[in-house]
Design a protein around this ligand. Sequence first.
Ligand SMILES: *[C@@H]1O[C@H](CO)[C@@H](O)[C@H](O)[C@H]1NC(C)=O
Ligand SMILES: *[C@@H]1O[C@H](CO)[C@@H](O)[C@H](O)[C@H]1NC(C)=O
Ligand SMILES: *[C@@H]1O[C@H](CO)[C@@H](O)[C@H](O)[C@H]1NC(C)=O
Ligand SMILES: *[C@@H]1O[C@H](CO)[C@@H](O)[C@H](O)[C@H]1NC(C)=O
Ligand SMILES: *[C@@H]1O[C@H](CO)[C@@H](O)[C@H](O)[C@H]1NC(C)=O
Ligand SMILES: *[C@@H]1O[C@H](CO)[C@@H](O)[C@H](O)[C@H]1NC(C)=O
Length: 802
Amino acid sequence: MMFLEQKYHLMFCFFLALLPFASVGQSHKNISLGSSHTAQAGNSTWAVSPSGNFAVGFQQIEENGFLLSIWFNQIPERTIVWSANGGNLAPKGSKVELTSDGFFLLNDPTGNRIWSAGSSGSGTSHAAMVDTGNFVLASQSTEYLWQSFDHPTDTILPGQVLNQPSTLVSRYLETNYSSGRFKFILKDDGNLALYTTQYPWSSSNFNYWSTHTSGSDFSLVFNQSGVLFLRANNGSIISMISSKTASTQDFYQRAVLEYDGVFRHYAYPKSSNSNTRSWKMAWSTVYYLPPNICLDIREDYGSGACGFNSYCTFDDGKKSCHCPSGYSFIDPADVMKGCRPDFDSQSCDGSSPETDLFDFYEMENTDWPLTDYEYFEQANEDWCRQDCLSDCFCALAIFRDAGCWKKKLPFSNGRKDPSFQAKALLKIRKDNSTSKCEGPVRKKDQSKLIIVISVLLSSSVLMNLLLLVAGFSVVYWWRSKSSKANQPSQSIVGTCLRSFTFEELRKATNGFEEVLGQGAFSTVYKGVSFDPTWSHIAVKKLNNMVKENEEEFKTEVSTFGRTNHRNLIQLLGFCNEGDHRMLVYEFMSKGSLASFLFDTTERPSWFQRMQIALETARGILYLHEECSTQIIHCDIKPQNVLLDESFTAKISDFGLAKLLKIGQSRTNTGIRGTKGYVAPEWFRNMPITIKVDVYSYGVLLLEIICCRRSFEANAENENQMVLTDWAYDCFHERKLDLLVKDDKEALADMKMVEKYVMLSLWCIQEDPLLRPSMKKILQMLEGSIDVPAPPDLPSLITTISL
Ligand SMILES: *[C@@H]1O[C@H](CO)[C@@H](O)[C@H](O)[C@H]1NC(C)=O
Ligand SMILES: *[C@@H]1O[C@H](CO)[C@@H](O)[C@H](O)[C@H]1NC(C)=O
Ligand SMILES: *[C@@H]1O[C@H](CO)[C@@H](O)[C@H](O)[C@H]1NC(C)=O
Ligand SMILES: *[C@@H]1O[C@H](CO)[C@@H](O)[C@H](O)[C@H]1NC(C)=O
Ligand SMILES: *[C@@H]1O[C@H](CO)[C@@H](O)[C@H](O)[C@H]1NC(C)=O
Ligand SMILES: *[C@@H]1O[C@H](CO)[C@@H](O)[C@H](O)[C@H]1NC(C)=O
């Protein structure tokens, strides 16, 4: 029926288009006194404008929430341009009517007046929905007594003129129409400006864009060509806001102060013709203000463009808010509420300063300006770090140009922008793995046990045919019957693994389009995220399945699902549907350590490399000593260390990992790992212990120091081909500088190079018992204990080849 009605209006429109501007009198859509409309599902429309472009009535926003509003009536997207009652919803059964007293009234189901417009005794004779999108109460002589154009909410339409003073208020959220946090005001003094508000109060807080004009009798005009300007009463243009045009003949247009604080002019093709061919049939942005909201809002009070503790990025006209590592959104559905730390803050109890329990998460091009509590000039970065670390108030330090700014929680005005030359050092608790999986989802009324078999297959191959070992596993997945599995943010943020459908992942990866990596038994694809915390995800699609001891693997994945450490890649979810087995991980935008070290023309900085060595060690230490079950990774190599946006190292690929039961310290298993990184005991039929990872780490550390692969077939000369041998030679001949030839930064830090090389040589001792534990390694890396000289004859056996 709606469809027929629309068709009818279209025909109407055809005739009306031949007429000059249709005044209310000529409109065939008069709403007479006494007419009413009730909020109900299925029929939203009270009246339609003659052309059918606009309609007024009740839009159903929630199950029992209706919004008296005006909307674009000929496009599929719901686009509300005006709403009554401050954007607040009215319950089902509420009624809007044009009373004989001349009021335009909104009553709740019991007949109480919630909202009204117009005034009694003003001579209203009828109302009409006009083709411009204006809803008017008119007198017998068709004079407008009240019009929605004089009472705008967040939108201005072509033909609409706002007189001094006028205000547009953004909505709270995209689909919550109550008053939000931003305002666009044409002030009494003649200035037109965008403001943040002292939410929940409506008072203006901070002006983040303005025309800097002054005068009286100014009007903001949005004319039929889509041009937006400030006009004086003598007709001269005071300020051009947007001169970009789109003709009203070909396009629906609106300019709206959106909930994110950006004022955008949108256009939507009315039909496909030669003028609109290059446009999508959707709302496209013509113009927006301010140029970069993330940078333009910088206020002394309030959180800035995003919520407290979050940071803002502005890309392609789109503003996004993010939580830094170690923080998560208080309310993922309302990101402006900010982020909270996932860890307990540093104790200020003088007797246990906890200094060594904290570390920094580094963020380049990021700043939280203003609200510092301390500032030091002529500091260096190390000093800045140390000072913040030992100060329990300090939650964040900003380092730039020898300046060190210290901040307490909460941080405000967060932004990340390439133009920005500051480095943020965010203090987070080190090994506090925020064990998200022990959160409420698991503990809640568990009514259903779903056993998910998912296969973790490695992407590495050991000596071609030898390695056919693959891991696979079973996840016990408790899912609360009542929880809505399909609400993405709910089950992910701060909780547990999510179960995906194949269709969801196919969509997220755009039909498995972009391949990130390929292994023997799996392929990894890039996908868009379902959760605002991450912009992208990595989907590992397993293309083979080997069934082994079910019990063992059940334990395996239930453990990995729970590992959650800053230096381990995070498993976000999985798909187990029919033949499809997929694992969903956080996306690591900077790729693998292998490509970082070996595939770049410019050598990565020494400091950054040392940082990665440290972080990788922390990840392995967590697996070895800090999980409830001891885990041997078995395949530590630079391809399996991935780097996130801020170059934080995260260990990935647990496909070959082994779990040791409580009390067990060794295990026997088939050969796992990758040539060049595997410890000698693999070939000796010796029991396998966590020390195999220490061996691989030693090789990796040498690669990080030297920025070269462990095996280089076309090295300058033969004795340089195998890195471990060469490092050993250099160490013994006291020619360590050869290892870091051409590396100015490392050459300036030879003490450290020596220390790290000695440590590597300890790690690659043939006798596993001689190799230090990861805990010792970390202490040596951090400098809390010295590295002793390695034994004289380590009898390196790295030249094994099969
Ligand atoms: C609409 O109302 C006005 C004023 O009462 C009247 O002049 C006009 O004829 C009406 N139009 C129609 C189509 O009823
Ligand atoms: C919808 O409601 C309006 C006003 O109450 C009424 O005129 C119209 O006939 C209704 N349409 C349908 C399809 O029921
Ligand atoms: C919209 O947001 C406000 C402020 O948080 C809240 O009070 C109101 O209930 C929300 N309305 C809807 C329909 O969710
Ligand atoms: C809109 O304003 C611009 C700038 O003043 C002008 O060039 C254009 O003709 C106007 N369009 C209409 C339809 O009045
Ligand atoms: C129109 O008014 C503006 C501001 O009031 C003034 O600057 C301008 O000179 C006036 N222009 C004319 C032609 O009077
Ligand atoms: C983080 O560590 C602190 C102190 O060690 C502990 O009290 C807290 O429970 C930990 N938080 C989580 C989420 O594990």
